[in-house]
Design a protein around this ligand. Structure first.
Ligand code: KG4
Ligand code: ZN
Length: 335
């Protein structure tokens, strides 16, 4: 089954073609990051408008690259949520329009299920069951994955997501949006011994997270350094380092607990923050210590992309799921 995947939930237009027999045939991405950077964050209306401009040319590019010949497409999958409603509607309307014109099935899928199963696009992919750490700009969750569609939420953030915390810390440090990679880069020059930030919610049992306190802590640290006239480049790097260490440490502690609690030996790490090098290094060490293994999507599939949507869509379409004809789905909040 050849499935076109469309992702437009936020600030990346992603399109890909997944063949259930031959794997990923083509994949294209247009990132709006540069456009939103000027405003320090995603501007929803601009995002929707840019998706409408980019989506059809990207679809054409992917279809040309995949060169399907006479057989053509078998189905279309799109991100139905969660995300920005206007942005979601661009993908949903395009998918439903094309499916109607071609007379093929169409299915709206959950964006986070895409991230969750993105490591399945790799040659060396995990078998079920596994524990997944989903860390993006909108979510921080630990999920027990038994099979496709059999997910148990083990814990999640009670306030900010880890990526959101990275983005806010970046803003406080005067770095551009999106902040995660920039904070990570700055942290490389930081002295790990100079400042120590708290590891929220690690002193009590449970698998939930909280990152909003770290934000306040970061701001206080910056203001104190400023008042002392000590907020130079090195101090900024030290703050970035202390912040990153605190987030990574917190994530690692909870992953360790989740592996212990479930008795599972496979850990999948996905979502934008899974691109973080320090997080990967720490999780590698942690897994090695307990004869477990960590799995990640390749770099470009850590953040939003069409391939993960095509993949999840293909699995669910194969199982017979599809949207009702003409009933497009755009669900901004979808647990
Ligand atoms: O999954 P994603 O592309 O979008 C959604 O939120 O769905 O994740 C984006 C988030 C942003 O908050 C970004 O700052 C963060 O992932 N991020 C990182 C890194 N790369 C991206 N955070 C820390 N370190 C990184 N290297
Ligand atoms: Zn995402």
């Amino acid at each position: 089954m050849r499935v076109l995947g469309i992702e437009t939930s936020c600030d990346e237009t992603g399109v890909a073609l997944f063949d259930t027999e031959r794997g990923l045939l083509a994949d294209a991405l247009y990132s709006q990051v540069a456009m939103h950077a000027e405003y320090g964050g995603v501007v929803p209306e601009l995002a929707s408008r840019d998706h409408t401009r980019r989506l059809l040319p990207l679809i054409q590019q992917v279809l040309d690259e995949a060169d399907l010949g006479r057989h053509g497409l078998d189905a279309i999958a799109y991100t139905a949520g969660p995300g920005l409603v206007g942005a979601l509607m661009v993908g949903a309307a395009t998918a439903h329009g094309m499916a109607r014109a071609l007379g093929i099935p169409v299915l709206g899928v959950h964006h986070m299920e895409g991230h969750l199963l993105a490591p399945m696009l790799e040659q060396d992919r995990p078998e079920f069951p596994f524990v997944a750490l989903l860390v993006s700009g909108g979510h921080t969750q630990l999920v027990e994955v038994r099979a496709l569609g059999r997910y148990t939420l083990l814990g999640e953030s009670v306030d900010d997501a880890a990526g959101e915390a990275f983005d806010k810390a970046a803003k406080m440090l005067g770095l551009d949006y999106p902040g995660g990679p920039q904070v990570a880069r700055l942290a490389e020059h930081g002295d790990p011994g100079r400042l120590r930030f708290p590891r929220p919610m690690t002193d009590r049992p449970g698998l939930d997270f909280s990152f909003s306190g770290l934000k306040t802590h970061t701001l206080t640290a910056i203001r104190t350094l400023e008042a002392e006239g000590a907020l130079d480049d090195q101090a900024r790097a030290d703050v970035a380092r202390a912040f990153e260490e605190a987030v990574v440490d917190t994530l690692v502690i909870k992953c360790r607990r989740a592996l212990d609690q479930t008795g599972l030996k496979r850990l999948v790490v996905a979502g934008g923050v899974s691109a973080n090098t320090r997080l990967r290094e720490r999780l590698e060490r942690e897994c090695a210590r307990r004869a477990a293994r960590a799995y990640y999507p390749r770099g470009r599939f850590c953040t939003d992309n069409g391939a993960m949507i095509a993949y999840v869509g293909a699995q669910r379409l194969l199982a017979g799921e599809r949207d009702e004809q003409g009933v497009m789905k755009a669900v901004p909040r979808w647990p």
